[in-house]
Write a protein that binds this ligand. Structure first.
Ligand SMILES: NC(=O)N[C@@H](CC(=O)O)C(=O)O
Ligand SMILES: [Zn+2]
Ligand SMILES: [Zn+2]
Length: 427
């Protein structure tokens, strides 16, 4: 099976270069200014940005147990539409992939139904209850990508240290949802202006940052790779920045919504603005952008967290935390960070490709001969409004409905196969 992508615009250190890309047997075989060969499939990419397939190391696919919200099939189709060819699925499903049998079932289900590559996380603790560690070695053997209890924080420092020590021995990363349960304050929004205005309980910043500070000291002790999920406060950024200065092996991700929104953007009692961690203050938002620019924050991940419309109709206090992100990440970030000169296009693409890959030692995220043929074509000129009704995800829960964006993916190729396509003429 061969495919030739003609005349794409490739981003290099020196700006755009026109290239042809030849794909053979699921791998990239050539990237050159001009390839004159016949291939079984020819794709005209003239005028389109041609980039490595995007990587999202934090998403929720909800299967098994939450199929009303999303399935592996619908979530990975949404990923493909968003330009993502590698996603890492969080383990807060029912049941939790916390043992060999369940992980094998999940791998099989991914194999049968996923449109793009799915890297499954295993949980740190049995049923994510924080009481007993899972068998990391066994989970690694059956393909667990890394370890996390995302959805809840690991409350006990002793449990976390032991997890980190075992993970270090196996060269596995410990990926942390940082939240101290004694500081949540039954909150639904950030403890700040907006929560006060709406008369809703607030979650203080320290609820997150205290876990990050604790975990960094534990990770230093254990010598493991420690990764911070969805970083959201200025104190968290400062703490990670300091840890990196001391050479501690810590990485961090930030979501598009925490980069683009603050509590001030919450229009009222709308649960599409409810997620964990919550939208923080403007000062926190600014610190996240600064942290991304100075290398404190390593990459961007969506934390795609689909919920049903019924659940989200319950109002801010009763609705579950979480918003979807896969189908809007690139256009939102391109329009609001690149077009406003906060990031260069190259930086944005790197934060969604090679940076997450490097942070976790994955062999993806670059367009070079020999690598998996994961490619996305993006129309930087195409402009349209975000319409949740058009999402392939079952989740329509986004705070960005109606936002006008440029930079829509038009064709996504995963391991040499077209997995999503719109508006591109096949030559
Ligand atoms: N981010 C969220 O608000 N929700 C996530 C859980 C999580 O990422 O902590 C979910 O599973 O719905
Ligand atoms: Zn989380
Ligand atoms: Zn999450």
């Amino acid at each position: 099976m061969s495919m030739l992508i003609k005349n794409g615009k490739l981003l290099t250190e020196n700006g755009f270069e026109k290239v042809d890309i030849l794909i053979e047997n699921g791998k990239i075989s050539k990237v050159e200014p001009q390839i004159s060969t016949d291939a079984e499939e020819m794709i005209d990419a003239a005028g389109k940005l041609v980039a490595p397939g995007l990587i999202d190391l934090h998403i929720h696919l909800r299967e098994p147990g939450g199929e009303k919200k999303e399935t592996i099939a619908t979530g990975t189709l949404a990923a493909a539409k968003g330009g993502f060819t590698t996603v890492a699925a969080m383990p807060n499903t029912r049941p939790v992939p916390d043992n060999k049998t369940q992980m094998e079932w999940l791998q099989e289900r991914i194999h049968e139904t996923a449109s793009v590559r799915v890297l499954p996380y295993a949980s740190i603790t049995v049923r994510q209850l924080g009481q007993e560690l899972t068998n990391f070695a066994e989970l690694k053997e059956v393909g667990a990508f890394a370890l996390t209890d995302d959805g809840v924080g690991v409350q006990s420092a002793g449990m976390m240290l032991e997890a980190m020590k075992r993970a270090a021995k196996l060269d596995m990363a410990v990926v942390a949802h940082c939240e101290d349960n004694t500081l949540i304050n039954k909150g639904s929004l950030h403890e700040g202006k907006k929560a006060a205005e709406l008369g809703i309980n607030g979650i203080p910043s320290v609820c997150e940052s205290v876990h990050i500070a604790r975990d960094i000291l534990l990770a230093e002790e254990a010598g493991c790779h420690y990764h911070v999920c969805h970083i959201s406060t200025k104190e968290s950024v400062r703490t990670v920045r300091d840890a990196k200065r001391y050479g501690i092996k810590v990485t961090a991700e930030v979501t598009p919504h925490h980069l683009l929104l603050s509590e001030e953007d919450i229009p009222g009692n709308d649960a599409n603005f409810k997620m964990n961690p919550p939208l923080r203050s403007k000062a926190d938002q600014d610190a996240l952008v600064e942290g991304l620019l100075d290398g404190t924050i390593d990459f961007i991940a969506t934390d795609h967290a689909p919920h049903t419309s019924g659940e989200k109709a319950e109002g801010i206090e009763l609705a579950p935390f979480g918003i979807v992100g896969l189908e809007t990440a690139f256009p939102l970030l391109y329009t609001h960070l690149v077009e406003k000169n906060v990031l260069t296009l190259k930086e944005l693409v790197d934060f969604l490709t090679v940076k997450p890959a490097k942070a976790f030692g994955l062999p993806y995220g670059e367009l070079k001969p020999g690598s998996a043929a994961d490619v996305v074509l993006i129309d930087l000129e195409q402009e349209k409004e975000i319409n949740p009704d058009e999402f392939l995800s079952k989740g329509k829960n986004t705070p960005f409905g109606g936002w006008n964006c440029k930079g829509w993916p038009v064709l996504t190729i995963a391991e040499g196969k077209i997995v999503w396509e719109k508006g591109v003429v096949k030559a």
